[in-house]
Ligand binder design. Sequence first.
Ligand SMILES: O=CC(=O)O
Length: 371
Amino acid sequence: MQCNDTGYIIFISFPVKTLTLTTQPNKGLSMANEKNNNNNNNNVEQSTKSNNLPKVFIHGPPQFSIVLQPNPSQNFHILNPSSLPSLHEFISLNPHQASSISAILCTTLYPVNADVIRLLPSLRLICASSAGTNHIDLSECRRRGIKVTSAGNLFSEEVADMAVALLIDVSRKISTADRFLRRQVQNQFATWDFPLGSKLTGKKIGIVGMGRIGLEVAKRLEAFNCMISYNSRNKKPLLSYPFYSSVLELATNNNVLILCCDLNDQTKYIVNKEVILALGKGGIIVNVGRGALIDEKELLKCLIEGEIGGAGLDVFENEPNVPKEFFSLDNVVLSPHAAILTSDTFMSICQLVEQNLEAFFSNKPLITPVI
Ligand SMILES: O=CC(=O)O
């Protein structure tokens, strides 16, 4: 797989065959045949070789298989070079192949739960194309001795950019303004018909999860003279920002909450009704972590009833579904889990996946291990 930096993906899947025409037709033909025979021999040789290599399956939608296609390797063989069926279909069509799959590449919308893992008796490696791994059953992987890699910190800057973009959009009503303008008749607007936004500069911002993404968000918002404080598993000794050990306290003392932490048993619904109410009527919540960090039903209710000022959401509790009630709210900015979708991130994740696969199949340390 190759990406270029204009955002286009160049997918090279077939060897290019060339026929040489010469002024001596018979000779030319036989040269071409010879070349074809050589090609055929090479193909047979190659397919025998690849038959003996560990197999990797790309577990995701067809677009994902195309985007995440690693380069051909001496150390592993990708089973689905373009758009083969899903893993379940593939296995039901080729039951004998299930036991040959040593690794899978996966994306967030395709869970790798115990049922999927059970289908693959020889699975030894799962490469997630995301930083978050909540869609993978890590305890089952530990039990089976399966290694897992993630995107590590590869996307932190893009995700932080998106968090700040959503915050500015909600505060200054940019998406609302765009819709407002497009609705105007005769291409004219009356500014006084447009609702007032709120100033971002100088606001008190509470960051939930002070890993690489949280730090990048803080760095950006310092430039807006915002006052940063945070909640995370532990206080960070090297950070001078105030630390709150509870999210409720963090919400009580801030105007904005930005969620950048992992989703796990401890963080599910870390933002519940009490936290939302503590943030208050002018408060804004931005979520670039995972949907289930927030009790989504309560958030919706509070947004509708004006108990909170607004929300910027890149993630949802039951993706890809988005509760339709959000669509009619002007105090919400919605994004389809797109914080990492830039051409730059795709170039880097392709390389990282390839490096992890190469490292694993040549018994070298993984680049971004999770377990
Ligand atoms: O959501 C995206 C990621 O986890 O990388």
